[in-house]
Design a protein. Structure first.
Length: 241
């Protein structure tokens, strides 16, 4: 799977190392050394993947992700950072990054993450039960369209980060089915042992703010204590009740 990749890294040796490994796997690589240059490169020709260092001059990686997502650019972003706290990791994911690696890291693991991201973002929507006549997943008034990467609630559009969208699409593909946190983590990052269950909880909390009429009393995205989460149609639940 050959791809166009931008590497934004201000450490020349690190950038060269990543470039060589990517080119060895057959990818075309462009390198930049600061955040504003990364934005310019993406706008000039949007890549299949952005490998983005957090600590860079002129604009840091978190600001780059904020701007890209504000511009509705959906390219996958893999962030690299020397920061290793869980709060930093969750902030990057919450802003719309797709994966996060802390330095020092194994170049072989980095390439494995790149392959996983490219496979996931290039494959079509999964084996979901579809509404007749289109590709959307419908759970009551909630509509998730993997083809168009859109979400609406009772006809109103909802903006989601890539991570939030993946979780919502997985849940919408199996209404009333309980998904464990581990299963949802696999939707986000494959079998990544470095990311905690709290990542899913943060995405769920943010999704409830967007799709629930009263986020503290959810009726759509429900917690099944000790197991995980499920998505349900509140109207059907009320009739069953």
């Amino acid at each position: 799977m050959c791809a166009d990749v931008i590497v934004a890294e201000d450490d020349e040796k690190q950038a060269e190392l990543v470039r060589r490994y990517l080119e060895r796997e057959g990818h075309a690589v462009r390198t930049v050394s600061d955040g504003l240059a990364a934005l310019d490169a993406v706008r000039h020709k949007e890549p299949d993947l952005l490998v983005l260092d957090v600590m860079m001059p002129r604009a840091d990686g978190l600001d780059v992700v904020r701007v890209l997502r504000a511009e509705c650019r959906e390219l996958p972003v893999l962030m690299l950072t020397a920061r290793s706290t869980e709060d930093d990791l969750l902030l990057g994911l919450d802003l719309g990054a797709d994966d996060y690696m802390t330095k020092p890291y194994s170049p072989r693991e980095l390439m494995a993450r790149v392959r996983t991201l490219l496979r996931r973002t290039r494959r079509p929507g999964g084996d979901a039960e579809r509404a007749s006549g289109d590709q959307a997943l419908r759970v009551g008034g909630l509509v998730v369209d993997p083809e168009r990467h859109t979400v609406t609630v009772d006809g109103e559009p909802v903006e989601c980060t890539r991570g939030e969208f993946r979780i919502l699409a997985a849940l919408a593909a199996g209404p009333d089915r309980v998904f464990s946190r581990q299963r949802l983590l696999e939707e986000l990052h494959g079998f990544d042992r470095y990311i905690s269950d709290r990542t899913v909880d943060v995405h769920v909390m943010n999704l409830r703010k967007k799709i629930e009429p009263a986020p503290r009393r959810p009726v759509r995205l429900l917690t099944v204590f000790g197991v995980g989460y499920k998505l349900t149609d509140p109207a059907k639940a009320a009739r069953r009740g």
